[in-house]
Design a protein around this ligand. Structure first.
Ligand code: PGA
Length: 241
């Protein structure tokens, strides 16, 4: 893992957006793996700026998101579908047929999970995967556990995730299950960038860079074995290193 530390979230997001823009500019059929949460919001804004200034176009871009809550319809304001259109897709020239987000509201979530992996593979895999990291070390919704799950799967959210993400849910309680890309699909991405900002991420970033080995109790440690992973932090998240 390569570590890049920036003075602030704006500079870090500009760097991350630049890495994604490079893939969009150099590949004729770029496949992006995208994330939700607070960390990527400014990266998406910077990508929208690059689109508006004519530097990049999304017309050939294909996207696969990491995860979605179970039981939320796509137009629910708390769904990751809603988030992605609000923060990125509504503001660029992407063909919505090229947008893929796991369907957390599917009648058959197990079949949905199997189809999702097959679809990603049919596109030849992800060129660049954007990740956040949970304070508990989760990536996507791969929560700390006794073993890694490789395939896209349904997961029970950990109490840590419910506590952290629950604050965004005002009208009803956060779902306790989600569908997430598994560790194998994330690790198959040709390039990975992980964003970690703010003091609340300082402990987990310290643990990640001081882990003796890969452990499913800190899912992000899987990235230690990835050949091209860049961890992008602001000063606060990196302050214990
Ligand atoms: P955050 O979430 O970007 O909102 O901090 C990251 C994550 O939980 O993966």
């Amino acid at each position: 893992m390569e570590l890049k530390v920036f003075d602030d979230v704006s500079a870090a997001s500009e760097y991350a957006a630049g890495m994604i823009a490079d893939i969009i500019k150099t590949k004729s059929d770029p496949i992006l793996g995208l994330a939700t949460g607070a960390s990527p919001i400014l990266t998406y804004k910077k990508l929208v700026d690059l689109y508006e200034s004519g530097e990049i176009s999304f017309n050939n871009v294909v996207t696969f998101n990491l995860d979605e809550y179970c039981g939320l319809a796509a137009d629910d304001v708390n769904s990751y579908h809603y988030f992605m259109f609000d923060k990125l897709f509504d503001h660029v020239d992407i063909d919505i047929n090229n947008v893929h987000i796991p369907d957390g509201d599917s009648d058959d979530p197990i079949a949905e999970a199997a189809c999702y992996d097959a679809l990603i593979d049919s596109f030849g895999g992800i060129d660049i995967q954007l990740l956040g990291i949970g304070v508990n070390g989760h990536i996507g919704f791969n929560e700390p556990s006794d073993s890694f799950i490789g395939a896209t799967h349904i997961v029970e959210l950990s109490q840590s995730t419910i506590d952290v993400n629950g604050k965004y849910f005002t009208d009803y309680v956060i779902p306790d299950r989600a569908i997430t890309m598994g560790i194998d699909q994330i690790m198959k991405a040709k390039k990975i960038i992980m964003l970690a900002y703010g003091d609340s991420k300082a402990d987990i970033i310290y643990k990640l860079f001081h882990a003796d080995s890969v452990t499913p109790m800190i899912p992000a440690t899987a990235l230690i074995k990835h050949p091209d992973c860049t961890v992008i932090c602001d000063k606060e998240a990196a302050r214990k290193l």
